[in-house]
Design a protein around this ligand. Structure first.
Ligand SMILES: [Zn+2]
Length: 114
């Protein structure tokens, strides 16, 4: 099976901590991590870990199946498809005129409309 996610998914493994929770930052380095769903959308770790969300690994692809986790090294902010939280890249967006600019952390939640 191939990834349809945008960007390069480094591994099909989901990055989790010792307690089995999806992580927000990879160690060592503290790089921001996004979790890629089968429809190519990304979720933040909070939404992956939220028991109210039907996130699952394996099985049928319904938009909630985690395909893998990736470190968001560089580029524009990724936006969590569920809560709308911006996930800044580790090194910012090299194409942005002002790399320090960040959208508001709490933009209106865009539901995944399932
Ligand atoms: Zn989220």
């Amino acid at each position: 099976m191939g990834f349809r996610a945008r960007g390069a998914v480094m591994t099909a493994r989901v990055y989790r901590d010792d307690e089995g929770k999806a992580i927000s930052f990879a160690w060592p380095g503290g790089y921001p991590v996004v979790h890629v769903m089968d429809d190519g959308e990304v979720l933040c770790a909070d939404c992956v870990n939220d028991p109210k969300n039907p996130v699952h690994e394996g099985g049928y692809g319904d938009g909630w199946r985690i395909e893998g986790s990736q470190i968001h090294y560089e580029g524009p902010d990724e936006v969590c498809a569920h809560c709308g939280k911006a996930i800044p890249s580790a090194y910012g967006d090299p194409d942005a005129s002002d790399g320090a600019e960040r959208p508001p952390p709490s933009s209106p939640a865009s539901t995944r409309a399932r």
